[in-house]
Design a protein. Structure first.
Lengths: 354, 220
């Protein structure tokens, strides 16, 4: 009907994935992201889409379906929430090792363990420091709004293709469940996608040697060579793919650092602080890996204090400390258990600190 | 406008169509006229943004929120409050039912059929034409038929909720109403009202306006 639609976060990511060219979705429902799976179940079989939706018997099965389907080099995706993402970690490591383009969504809820179904940001370590085994990295995006989530979903597939790497969209439960107006970009033209014919398994027609996709090498030197290749790729990603937003930081004495929906709450806090005459800005990492250390470090030269705010007991704050590197104090405020701190709550903590 | 002579007002519809907002607003509005108003949260679909989130506010207003036991309020389980049948039948109360979205949500209303059929129940099907899956006449009609089967009841009224949040324009409202008008004419189900935010009180609409406030919002 209209250009803009009212979307729920999970639906916005799902539709964006379809438009970005994803035709292979495997998943297992879990709150608070089940609507993403449900959306795909409805959307993929539609005539003009003609994709594959498959409900796996568990997250372990889903991630291995991604592993298998990813070997074809087509645009593949799964989505889950925290406990489900933990179950996927072994597969993630294999996928990273096999260098398969693939997109993952973790709509984070309160943890650890079964936790609850309320929003959380407590999977930051798992997402950015490697939840599975081995020296691998995921490109991790932390969108703050539904529109940004749509744009980053498109980008995730492109980055996954460009670097042959798994990409993760780390959305807190709030982003997954809230509704906002969204404008979807046009459908991607599959002809524009990267050419994966050199490595992908799409059939040989008995005319050539089969391609081999593996994360396995019993020769230590050969495995080290593979690791060097991974690290070279990660170095390029660090160099080229960092994303962040600075909000009123130019003259700021105090910098609030927050990502995802907390980034939006932080902006409200900064505005209120400015009304009280306190020059406050917000630094919002959009790529959580690669974390934008250098741009944040630059702010340490002119600001008095950094204040990290998270829906966790303090995870991203460790990267903030690495960036600031002792030049200025780094303070932290977090809520756990699925509780979203209010702007007032953060503001009063902030006022205590300055 | 809403015929308030009914005993029970049940809101069904697709996921995210605005049922909870409208149910809450109706409960609060009804309380102005009727002494005893109850609103039952029988939404087993949405994990967040539910009637139960407003329970303290409702109690303050003297409205009875009919909810699962407190300790299970955030459980990821489809719990139907055991006393909901009583509130449906109790003639002293005007009772509003906030039903979960989609087919699986509507099934819950079907499960209460033994109570529902004993009293004068109005079933409202809420449509936001700016939501995916309810943006065309064919899709809406399909959903109404299916959900009506699942809920084991006819739909008494349609409700237009033409809403793109802060970006809603008077043109959106009218365009949304026109779409639902086509559905109404084809199915022979009357439109009860168009829900609009209070700031649109001056906008001309095809159907009577029900002015609402937003309760389910994120505190940014």
């Amino acid at each position: 009907m209209a250009e803009k639609v009212m979307a729920k976060g999970t639906e916005a990511i799902a539709e964006a994935a379809v438009r970005a060219g994803c035709r292979l979705y495997f998943g297992y429902p879990i709150t608070p992201q089940s609507e993403l799976t449900e959306y795909m179940a409805r959307r993929m079989p539609e005539k003009d889409i003609n994709g594959v939706f498959l409900q796996a018997e568990s997250e372990v099965a889903a991630v291995n379906m991604i592993y298998g389907a990813g070997c074809t080099g087509h645009r593949v995706m799964t989505s889950t929430s925290s406990p489900g993402f933990s179950l996927m970690q072994e597969g993630m490591s294999y996928i990273a090792g096999a260098e398969l383009p693939s997109v993952f969504v973790n709509v984070v809820r309160g943890g650890p363990g079964l936790g609850d179904i309320q929003p959380g940001q407590c999977d930051y370590f798992q997402a950015t420091k490697g939840g599975g085994h081995g020296d691998y990295r995921l490109v991790v995006y932390g969108p703050e709004s539904l529109q940004e989530a749509v744009e980053l979903t498109f980008k995730s597939f492109d980055i996954a293709d460009k670097y042959r790497t798994p990409v993760l969209i780390l959305a807190d439960g709030l982003l997954g469940q809230m509704m906002e107006p969204v404008e979807f970009p046009e459908f991607n033209d599959p002809k524009s996608f990267a050419d994966h014919s050199g490595w992908a398994m799409r059939g040989t027609d008995m005319k050539r040697k089969p391609n081999l996709v593996s994360s396995f090498n019993i020769d230590p030197n050969g495995l080290e060579e593979m690791n060097h290749r991974y690290q070279e790729k990660y170095r390029k990603i660090v160099e080229n793919e960092q994303m962040f937003e600075e909000y009123m930081t130019e003259d700021a004495d105090y910098i609030i650092v927050a990502y995802g929906t907390m980034g939006r709450i932080a902006k409200s806090v900064a505005k209120e602080a400015r009304e009280k005459g306190i020059k406050t800005g917000v630094f919002r990492p959009i790529t959580l890996w690669p974390f934008p250390y250098e741009p944040l470090a630059k702010l340490a030269d002119k600001s008095k204090m950094f204040f990290a705010v998270e829906m966790s007991a303090g995870q991203m704050v460790e990267d903030v400390r690495l960036a600031v590197n002792g030049k200025k104090p780094v303070e932290f405020y977090g809520r756990t258990g699925g509780i979203v701190p209010t702007p007032n709550e953060i503001l009063s903590k902030f006022m205590e600190l300055i | 406008m809403i015929n308030r002579n009914h005993k029970v007002f049940a809101f069904i519809g697709m996921f995210g169509s605005g049922k909870t907002e409208i149910a809450l607003n109706l409960a609060i509005d009804m309380k102005k006229t009727y002494e005893k108003v109850a609103i039952a949260d029988i939404d087993v679909i949405s994990p967040y943004f539910r009637t139960r989130d407003e329970r303290e506010n409702l109690k303050k207003l003297g409205i009875v929120p009919v909810l699962p036991p407190e300790r299970f309020l955030n459980a990821d389980l489809p719990i139907i409050p055991p006393n909901v049948g009583g509130y449906i039948e109790n003639p002293e109360f005007k009772t509003i039912l906030d039903v979960g979205g989609n087919d699986d949500g509507a099934v819950v209303l079907g499960s209460l059929n033994n109570f529902i059929k004993k009293v004068d129940t109005a079933v409202f099907f809420v449509i936001n034409p700016y939501r995916p899956f309810t943006d065309s006449r064919e899709k809406i009609i399909g959903h109404i038929r299916r959900l009506s089967d699942k809920a084991r009841t006819e739909v008494s009224y349609l409700v237009v909720n033409p809403n793109i949040m802060d970006e809603t324009t008077p043109e959106n409202i009218l365009k949304g109403e026109k779409l639902v008008k086509e559905v109404s004419e084809e199915l022979g189900i009357p439109v009860a009202f168009t829900a609009v935010l209070e700031k649109f009180s001056d906008v001309d609409t095809i159907y009577e306006k029900f002015l609402i406030k937003r309760y389910m919002k994120v505190n940014f």
